[in-house]
Every structure is written in structure tokens, then in C-alpha cells.
Design a protein around this ligand. Structure first.
Ligand code: SAM
Length: 319
């Protein structure tokens, strides 16, 4: 594991920071006043409270809120491998705003509303691990009036978006392979959409009756584009791998298959490729040429599995 995050120690009166934060609303007026019941100090594990534009624990480990609205809990750590770049986030934002994954967004909202959370999710808490722009977290929060959401991601470019995704959502920088800066047993719904899965941490932070929602692409997802654009294949063992990763911590309750065809204009095909892992191995100019060679809009299969998991409460897991 790489270096643990570092925190600023108060009291340090920083003139420039004070001037910089003048005119900006204190963090306590946004979602963070409620989110402090969820988060814990990543250095010492104590609770965190909102102090002006920062979160601070009783040991005075202090984490500032970036100008763009997210909290830097990962401050001082090396950049996380696989965090999305600015270009990937821009492409993802444009693609999602075009509505091509709207059926998936609606499915997540519908499934969340049907989970039977206590009080219909009022006062509920949602954690989106690898939240990206916070697009799906926002939809899930709409389905749970009164609930608050925390978006964790390692990409500052994604976090800038996630911090503005929904009035009841806060965003914080974190590497999901580390122990989460989240208290034990306080989350109603963990959301994990095309993002890394830390099964032990999902289990630790979820309430005993909480739910883990996972979205994975199937082998058929985007199959029309894979060869023509040189996109990475979806691992045919993905479902088994998901099962193995979660086993011991979670029991699968059900999986909904969601598949539809969408007509994508060239710009949206380019965004689709540029927001995913292909962006890490295909030169953008080369990608543009491959998209141009498609010769116009293409019909593409979107194919996902949305699975609902409950905590495995068998004695071996409790121990
Ligand atoms: C494929 S994107 C999915 C984003 C979002 N869930 C969505 O579907 O729109 C994967 C996200 O995981 C983030 N990520 C990758 N590795 C991570 C890590 N170790 N810790 C936290 N976030 C990570 C990336 O920055 C990116 O935002």
C-alpha cells in the first residue's frame, strides 16, 4: 500500500486561505453538515466536524474543501492509478448528458426506491464508490427524498463534477483500495457502477440491513464497436469474478439484465470510447480516425447487469 494521506494540523492561521475562502459559503450549509455522521478522519479514525471550509477531527487533523466543492481527504497521497483524466471526465460528462445511459440511470433509481429501506430512505445514506461525475448518485438520491450521498473518487476532475451533482451529495477524494474514511455500519446503500470494488470495506460501512448495488457491463456491451475501434474486451468471466470478489461478505439477492440498442452519432461514439479504458491505450487522433471510418451513426448494444446484494451475516463473516 502507498503512503497514507496526510492532513493539515490546526491551528494554522493562513491569511491567503482565509482571503480565498471569503465570500464562499461555509461547508456546513451544504450537505456536509449531514455527511459528518458518515465520515471519519482518515488519519486517526475519529469523527469529523465542519469548521468553515474544512472538515476537522478532535485531534485537529484538518481537510480542506477545494474551491470546486469537494473535500480533499486523500491530500498528500500519490495520484491513484486509474483515476480518470480531465479528458475522460469531459467525455463521460458529454456522453451521460446525451442520455444514452438514461435507461440504466432510471433502473438504478427504480431499484433503489423498491429496496424497502426504513422510512422509504428518508434520512438514508448513500455511498457511491468510484462515483465519477456523480451522475448515478444524483439519480439514486432523487429516488430517496431526504437521503444524503457521499461520492468517493480518486479523480479530482470527476470530483469537481460530483460535488455539484446533487444538493444532497458531497464529494471527497479517496482511493477505494484503502480503508474508507467512513464510519462502521452507517450506510444504507453502497453504489458501485463500473468502478473498483472493495468488498470488505463495502461490508464494513453498510448497515446490517443495507444494500450493495453493482452495475457491470455484459459481454455483449458495445460489441459492435469493440473490433472496429479497438476497445478492450469485457472479461467473459466478469460475473464469476464479481461473485468471487463479493463472496464471504455479500449474498446476491437478484440481478436485473438491462439491454437495449442505441443509435450513436460519431461524436457520441468518440465520447464513449474516450471515457473508458480505451482512452488509456488509444491515441485520441487515432481514435478520431477510427470513428470517422465508421461512416456515420451506428447502432450499438448497451448491455448491463444490475445486481442487488445484502450483507452476508453468517457467523464466519461476523467474526
Ligand atoms: C469507469 S468510471 C465510472 C464512474 C461512475 N461510476 C460512472 O459510471 O459514471 C471509474 C471511476 O472510478 C475511479 N477510480 C478508479 N480507480 C479508483 C480508485 N482506486 N479509487 C477511487 N476511484 C477510482 C475513476 O476515477 C473513475 O471516476
Amino acid at each position: 500500500m502507498s503512503e497514507p494521506p496526510t492532513a493539515r494540523h490546526e491551528p494554522v492561521r493562513r491569511e491567503s486561505a482565509d482571503r480565498e475562502s471569503a465570500g464562499r459559503a461555509p461547508a456546513g450549509r451544504g450537505p456536509w453538515a449531514a455527511l459528518t455522521r458518515l465520515v471519519r478522519c482518515p488519519v486517526c479514525g475519529d469523527g469529523l466536524e465542519v469548521v468553515e471550509r474544512s472538515l476537522r477531527c478532535p485531534q485537529r487533523h484538518t481537510f480542506d474543501m477545494a474551491r470546486q466543492g469537494y473535500v480533499s481527504l486523500l491530500s498528500g497521497a500519490k495520484p491513484t492509478v486509474n483515476a480518470d483524466s480531465a479528458a475522460m471526465v469531459q467525455a463521460r460528462t458529454a456522453f451521460l448528458e446525451a442520455g444514452h445511459y438514461a435507461p440504466l440511470t432510471r433502473a438504478l433509481a427504480r431499484i433503489t426506491a423498491s429496496l424497502g429501506l426504513p422510512g422509504g430512505g428518508e434520512d438514508g445514506t448513500v455511498l457511491d464508490a468510484g462515483a465519477g461525475t456523480g451522475h448515478y448518485l444524483a439519480a439514486v438520491l432523487e429516488a430517496l427524498p431526504g437521503a444524503v450521498g457521499l461520492a468517493l473518487d480518486a479523480s479530482p476532475y470527476a470530483l469537481r463534477r460530483a460535488a455539484r451533482a446533487h444538493p444532497r451529495a458531497g464529494a471527497a477524494s479517496w482511493d477505494v483500495w484503502r480503508p474508507f474514511p467512513v464510519r462502521d455500519s452507517c450506510v444504507d446503500v453502497v453504489l458501485n457502477v463500473f468502478a473498483p470494488r472493495n468488498s470488505a470495506e463495502f461490508h464494513r460501512v453498510l448497515k446490517p440491513d443495507g444494500v450493495l448495488l453493482v452495475v457491470t457491463p455484459t459481454e455483449r456491451h458495445l460489441h459492435e464497436l469493440r473490433d472496429r475501434l479497438g476497445l478492450l474486451e469485457v472479461d467473459p468471466d466478469k460475473e464469476e469474478r464479481l461473485e468471487r470478489t463479493l463472496s464471504g461478505h455479500f449474498v446476491r439477492e437478484r440481478t436485473e439484465a438491462l439491454e437495449y440498442t442505441v443509435e450513436l452519432p460519431p461524436q457520441d461514439v468518440e465520447n464513449l470510447a474516450a471515457m473508458g479504458p480505451a482512452a488509456r491505450h488509444i491515441d485520441p487522433e487515432e481514435l478520431r480516425e477510427r470513428v470517422a471510418a465508421l461512416g456515420g451513426p451506428v447502432d450499438v448494444t448497451a448491455s448491463f447487469g444490475v445486481s442487488v446484494h445484502r450483507a452476508d451475516s453468517s457467523p464466519s463473516v461476523q467474526a
